[in-house]
Design a protein. Structure first.
Lengths: 260, 212
């Protein structure tokens, strides 16, 4: 099964999908919402992976109105030792993790972990902090395909070794037609086989259709303040490394889900 | 030691470079309009190809026109059918006995080749990357004295180097020509065929500075 992982514009600079209630049929004038897609495609559950809690209440309200199950995960920055970070440049080994609550108590616990990271540790988590606040009954851990410690080890000169002794994370695997996807996938599969961990095929979704890529790119340029090292950026000269795939969308998910 | 590329006198290479309408890595409006590739067996030049690719709706940015010296009249007179050119190029690209070589290919040209394929209705296929070398990655490795560790996957090592940025680090082809004492005419850089000839000369010298 291929799992659609939505992200909304509440994760600033990462997605152009909103969390608005579904539009009326035929109305095309406004932005696409995660819930437009969910309603049009009869999804019973919506998995949101956000970078903050900002959209949580709205997502919960709309899901409740539509009688859809909401699975709300937060993607967090992880490092070797959060207590030593005063300046982001101090981070020696940074990568991302995703925490999903399993129930309503888990939502409270995730909120507590998120708040702790943001208020006490400059937004960072480390193994010690997470272990101290982990409750296996209420929380589950997932490792994203991009920006995980394995991804960073393979595409940067970072060398991160993370042993989640207190839980067994699920590793997401994606295929978005990027040149390094197969290297990452091979590494994830090997790591999970060696450590007896689960993998899950997934698809990150930041816009609805492939044709929306230019709108997505425009939004990223705006959020990136439209300059790179003082140089003016544009759609024709975006200067984003490896932004070379238009597959982070529902259309691509639907194609892949059909072929599985 | 004898496994090092510098000693493989008969190694086959394809050096390539695309010229495009702009720098977008996805847009099908960013059509590759020139593709040059050279086929070498060791030091011997076997084949030299400089194609202008025919598209009905080429939208060149002003910046690209300036940098590449694009000339409408010349383009129209030289342009050949896209499919014919892609087939010729891919005959070598997907032949594992050839090492595919280019400057900043991992950050640019491989994506342009993918756009080229998509424009002709073909699927993404990066399988040739395992036998490819980006001379920009090599330039960074030599500049930063980062050796290739045989425990590393060569492609992964190149992507790591691709991610290295440093203020003031100038490693474009012109700068590499200077560093490796390859004669070049700055006015001709960004002509695809000229670029790859110079790039191959640079590469041959780089091989004596790094163990791959």
């Amino acid at each position: 099964m291929l799992l659609p992982l939505f992200k909304s514009h509440f994760s600033i600079g990462k997605s152009i999908l909103t969390l608005g209630a579904p539009k009326n049929e035929g109305a095309e004038e406004s932005s696409d919402s995660v819930f437009d897609i969910a309603a049009q495609n009869n999804l019973n559950q919506v998995v949101l992976v956000e970078d903050s809690f900002m959209g949580f209440l709205q997502a919960r309200k709309v899901c409740s109105e539509l009688s859809k199950q909401l699975i709300f995960g937060i993607r967090l920055d992880f490092c070797e030792d959060a207590s030593k970070i005063e300046d982001p440049k101090d981070v020696t080994c940074s990568h991302k993790i995703i925490i999903f609550p399993k129930n309503s108590q888990g939502c409270k616990e995730l909120n507590a972990i998120y708040t702790l990271a943001k208020t006490k540790h400059n937004g960072w988590l480390d193994l010690k902090i997470l272990k101290n606040h982990w409750n296996e009954d209420n929380l589950s851990l997932a490792i994203p395909f991009y920006d995980s410690f394995l991804f960073k080890n393979l595409t940067t000169f970072q060398s991160c070794f993370v042993h989640f002794t207190f839980t067994k994370p699920t590793f997401f695997i994606e295929d978005n037609g990027l040149p390094f996807d197969s290297i990452i996938k091979n590494s994830v599969v090997k790591y999970c086989e060696t450590n007896n961990l689960k993998t899950q095929q997934a698809q990150s979704i930041y816009y609805k259709d492939k044709k929306d890529f230019s709108a997505y790119l425009t939004y990223k340029l705006i959020c990136g303040r439209n300059s790179f090292a003082g140089r003016e950026l544009s759609l024709e000269k975006p200067n984003f490394d490896h932004l070379g795939s238009n597959q982070f969308c529902w259309e691509s998910y639907a194609e892949k889900a059909l072929s599985i | 030691m004898e496994d090092l590329l510098r000693f493989k006198n008969k190694q086959k290479y394809m050096v390539f470079d695309f010229e495009t309408c702009n720098l977008n890595l996805v847009s099908e409006h960013n059509k590759p309009w020139q593709l040059a590739f050279l086929i070498y067996h060791g030091d011997e030049l076997i084949e030299s190809n400089d194609y202008h690719i025919h598209w009905e709706d080429l939208r060149m940015s002003e910046g690209a026109r300036k940098v590449t010296g694009f000339n409408d009249k010349k383009y129209k007179s030289l342009a050949k059918p896209a499919e014919e050119i892609l087939n010729h190029f891919e005959k070598y690209l997907y032949d594992d006995s050839y090492i595919k070589l280019g400057h900043n290919i991992l950050g640019f040209d491989i994506y342009i080749h993918n756009i080229f394929r998509k424009l002709l209705g073909k699927n993404t296929d990066y399988s040739y990357l395992n036998s490819s070398i980006d001379t920009l990655s090599l330039a960074k490795a030599i500049h930063k004295e980062i050796e290739f560790n045989e425990d590393d996957e060569f492609l992964s090592w190149q992507f790591k180097l691709n991610s290295v940025y440093e203020r003031g680090m100038r490693l474009n082809l012109g700068a590499c020509c200077k560093t490796y004492e390859v004669d070049f005419d700055p006015a001709k850089l960004h002509d695809a065929l000229y670029d790859i000839k110079k790039n191959y000369e640079v590469f041959r010298k780089m091989l004596w500075k790094i163990k791959i």
